[in-house]
Ligand binder design. Structure first.
Ligand code: 8IG
Length: 272
């Protein structure tokens, strides 16, 4: 499916076509849980189970290769020890890529069409709480959508009161009681915030800032999935620390967090 064809197709038909392709190529008629891997989470899928099929994102209808180097461009079918089928989407489309909101949530809609009842969204983001040193995982309890757009079109009035599943957050805290919760503000990016924008985000109630997740969560809820979101704070948001972190420190912290967040994610999926 070319970009033009994709834009001219009903988004739910496009998701159906992608899900049919995935079922055909993986040999799995219905997946149970979808996992979207954000920055810092690439290796976290390894512990979830055994990968039984790997598709390149650009071969699946409506998907395209990620434009950010380091973002994994594959779609994998993983079999967990508990016998659940996980669809691991390593190919997130960001709003800042300019492909439109339909493209941003195509993976989420495809996951729903592929049978997924649970949507696990991960991301790397900036933190506003100084206690959250780089490498800290934080459960998303709610979001503020600052993109000025929605994945829903027309008179689609979806209730978002309990968008981020309290049930799954509870499971995560049973695994690791030290996990904090935060409110995620999705900015459009691709630039990072100014210090004034970070203070604005703080005043309106956010403590995590990033460039993804909120639009996908809305589409996930609309598609009927139970949504769980978890952020990896990879840096303090602009202006929060008087001493700017070095890029090396950030990379090092993210790397050091790898085993902890991988194990956490695997244990959450095992408990769903
Ligand atoms: I990694 O500080 C990462 N992604 N908007 N702000 C925004 N996105 C991010 C940040 C950040 N860090």
């Amino acid at each position: 499916m070319s970009t033009t064809e994709f834009l001219n197709t009903d988004p739910f038909d496009a998701a159906r076509a992608a899900a049919d392709y995935i079922a055909e190529e993986t040999g799995i008629d219905a997946h149970d849980v979808a996992l979207v891997l954000g920055s810092g989470w690439g290796d976290a899928a390894e512990l979830i189970g055994e990968t039984t099929a790997t598709l390149s994102a650009d071969e699946v209808p409506g998907f395209s290769s990620p434009s950010v180097v380091g973002h994994v461009g594959t779609i994998r079918s993983v079999l967990t020890k508990e016998g659940k089928r996980a669809l691991v989407l390593g190919a997130r489309t960001h709003y800042y890529e300019g492909k439109g909101v339909r493209a941003v949530v195509h993976g989420v809609r495809t996951a729903a069409a592929a049978g997924c009842k649970t949507l696990v969204l991960t991301n790397g983001c900036g933190g506003l709480n100084e206690d959250w040193t780089p490498g800290t995982p934080v459960l998303i309890s709610d979001h503020i959508n600052l993109t000025a757009t929605s994945p829903l079109e027309g008179a689609t009035f979806v209730d978002l009161t309990d968008l981020y599943s309290a049930r799954i957050r509870g499971l995560a805290r049973e695994i690791d009681p030290s996990l904090d919760e935060g409110i995620y503000a999705q900015f459009t990016g691709p630039h990072y915030e100014t210090p004034a924008e970070v203070q604005y985000a703080k005043r309106i109630g956010a403590n995590l800032v990033g460039m993804s997740t909120a639009l996908e969560a809305i589409a996930g809820r609309h598609a009927g999935m139970e949504v769980f979101g978890i952020s990896l704070v990879t840096n303090l948001a602009a202006g929060i620390s008087p001493v700017p972190l070095s890029h090396e420190e950030v990379l090092e912290a993210g790397h050091a967090a790898g085993p902890r967040i991988s194990k956490l994610l695997a244990e959450i999926i095992a408990k769903l």
